[in-house]
Write a protein that binds this ligand. Structure first.
Ligand SMILES: Nc1ncnc2c1ncn2[C@@H]1O[C@H](COP(=O)(O)OP(=O)(O)O)[C@@H](O)[C@H]1O
Ligand SMILES: [Mg+2]
Length: 256
């Protein structure tokens, strides 16, 4: 059984088609790339999977259960986490606090319970601080745990976003252009890091990325979107020689 299955998924915004007839099955442990020009619908696919938007058509099945149109927090609880194209950290909070905030999603105590049963809340809180520290360690940020997120260098903020996503203990991680704004060396480092966390946290990963060389190097399989339509899918080698992809996208690629 696939971990994630999207079947005929489509999304229209005010009659305008952002994604149409999108199909994807991911097995546990896979690392799949989603590429395509700006406006192709890549982020919309993430927003559909995570419940930010409800699909106009089609259905989304995760771990054998239909999650189509489910509330984002419930989807998070089932094991899907993401990062954002534009970094969304609490810049005034410390790195550790940023991870802790995400961790609260997993708190068994509701806010009301928390007041009534402070004892249990406190022990969960202690456990969570420990877990958050271990996540910061795993992403190489233990030494900046107490620093304001907004003051960290860009690459570290990207890693902190990933640590925060990991705090909800996902099995599926969606990364939206994690290497955006990085030079090719930093991007390559980040890809090595992504491979490492896949291993360490037993993750299945769907990756949107513009740095072509790194996408080709890290993904086992790639889907190419153009104007909301999947114009190609296959191994990196297949994608690189696909004429549709070259004319729609790779031909104009500047990086990479
Ligand atoms: N919330 C929204 N409301 C209206 N249009 C949207 C919304 N989100 C995305 N779109 C449109 O959907 C298309 C795909 O956008 P997006 O998924 O962000 O592309 P990509 O991530 O591939 O650059 C674009 O034309 C964009 O303007
Ligand atoms: Mg996008």
């Amino acid at each position: 059984m696939s971990l994630l299955h999207l079947q005929g998924v489509g999304k229209k915004f005010n009659g305008l088609t952002a994604v149409s007839d999108f199909n994807l099955s991911m097995e546990s442990g896979e690392l799949v790339g989603l590429i395509g020009p700006n406006g192709a619908g890549k982020t919309t696919v993430f927003n559909l999977i995570t419940g930010v938007h409800k699909p106009t058509e089609g259905r989304i099945v995760f771990k054998g259960e239909d999650i189509t149109g489910l509330r984002p927090d419930l989807i998070t609880r089932r094991g899907i986490a993401r990062t954002f194209q534009n970094i969304r950290l609490f810049s005034k909070l410390t790195a550790l606090e940023n991870v802790l905030v995400a961790n609260h999603l997993r708190l068994r105590s509701s806010p009301v319970e928390a007041v009534i049963r402070l004892g249990r809340y406190r022990s969960e809180e202690r456990e969570m601080i420990g877990y958050s520290r271990s996540l910061l360690e795993a992403v190489g940020l233990a030494h900046v745990a107490g620093e304001q997120a907004g003051s960290l260098p860009y690459g570290q903020q990207r890693r902190l976003e990933i640590a925060r996503a990991l705090a909800t203990r996902p099995s599926l991680l969606l990364l939206d252009e994690p290497a955006a704004g990085m030079n090719p060396v930093e991007a390559q480092e980040l890809m090595d890091f992504i491979r490492q966390i896949r291993q360490e946290f037993d993750l299945t990963i769907l990756l949107i990325e513009h740095h072509m060389r790194v996408v080709m190097g890290i993904c086992e399989r790639i889907l190419v979107l153009d104007y909301g339509v999947t114009i190609a899918q296959g191994s990196p080698a297949d994608i690189q020689k696909d004429q549709n992809v070259i004319s729609a996208y790779l031909g104009v690629e500047t990086d990479a």
